[in-house]
Design a binder for this molecule. Structure first.
Ligand code: SF4
Length: 322
């Protein structure tokens, strides 16, 4: 490669690095601990600070980021996606004995006999394709199915959100998450806030793919603590920098202090338990638009996160991001 060409290619990659979005995943091992509340609040605070932010709802089994933002309806674009296959059954020339044998090949018990016919229980089928291999030739053919949808819109705050939804009974949640993130990456933005799925399974690892920082949210209950430790194992496995927020701090102060002590400098802040938070969200009023104590507490978490991003980006030689 000539010197000039080498320089141009290098500049292209440096430019790409400097313009890359900072991606934050908000995650929790346990559902219902306040992940979407934190995600929505951060999105609004970033946009108030005139940052080009993008919201991504990767909780594809129960997406609710738009609800926490106070605007669940009026999607501008709804795109159906296919990421999995289901068997199509041809009962022609299939004897009862063959059908019984075929049904036994499905370890998820998704194939059953109705009279003499082999039928599929879609809700039990995992789309693994074993029946196509082990049943008599031509009886089962795997066919692509619509597994979910991706919804996009510009919010009233001016930033876009992309939300994924897996249809009931369909499999492939991790693949839907990957598709949702792909759509979001094509948008113009500086910061991506990903509301990850709860737990430690496929959609969570897909949510963590390529992120710069994970903000973990937990609550001081034994199940919350144990699930926090499980999701932390995944974060550590991927070697992603992380911080911790303890929600509903007062419900068990001893445990809250223990979790806080274990997280050390990674502790980003707490949010107090308040029933009014639920009243607020059920009235489609985002927390940072209220006068609740939680609003101030989340603003403190936000400031700490901004500092983290600044230093993170500074490490990537992108000073002056904030
Ligand atoms: S695709 Fe797998 S889960 Fe579905 S019916 Fe066939 S063997 Fe069972």
């Amino acid at each position: 490669m000539s010197g000039w060409l080498y320089l141009l290619v290098s500049l292209f990659f440096v430019e790409k690095l400097l313009n890359s979005m900072f991606k934050i995943a908000i995650a929790s091992g346990k559902g219902g601990v306040g992940k979407s509340m934190i995600s929505s609040s951060l999105l609004i605070l970033f946009s108030k600070d005139k940052k080009k932010v993008i919201g991504v709802d990767c909780d594809v089994d129960a997406p609710n980021l738009a609800v926490w933002l106070g605007e669940p309806e009026k999607w501008e674009k709804i795109e159906k996606i296919s990421v999995s296959e289901k068997p199509a059954i041809n009962n022609k020339n299939l004897t009862k004995e063959q059908a019984e044998e075929c049904a036994k090949k499905c370890r998820f018990r998704a194939l059953e006999l109705k009279g003499e016919k082999l039928v599929l229980n879609r809700f039990l089928c995992e789309g693994c394709g074993a029946c196509e291999v082990f049943c008599p030739d031509g009886v089962i053919k795997m066919r692509t199915v619509e597994s979910g949808e991706i919804k996009t819109k510009i919010t009233d705050y001016g930033f876009p959100i992309v939300s994924g939804q897996l249809y009931p009974g369909e499999s492939g949640s991790g693949k839907v998450v990957a598709e949702v993130k792909k759509r979001a990456e094509n948008l113009d933005g500086e910061i991506m806030v990903i509301d990850s799925a709860p737990g430690t399974s496929c959609p969570v690892t897909a949510s963590f793919q390529g992120v710069d920082f994970v903000l973990l949210v937990t609550e001081p209950t034994l199940s919350g603590f144990s699930d926090f430790e499980r999701v932390l194992e995944i974060v550590d496995y991927f070697k992603i920098s992380w911080g911790l927020v303890i929600n509903k701090y007062e419900i068990n102060q001893d445990l809250a202090k223990e979790i806080r002590r274990k997280s050390g400098k990674r502790f980003f802040g707490k949010v107090s338990y308040d029933k009014n938070i639920f009243t607020s969200v059920s009235n489609l009023r985002p927390i940072v638009k209220t006068n609740l104590k939680a609003k101030k507490e989340i603003e403190i978490i936000y400031k700490k996160l901004v500092k983290k991003i600044y230093y993170g980006q500074a490490n990537k030689k992108k000073k002056g991001f904030f």
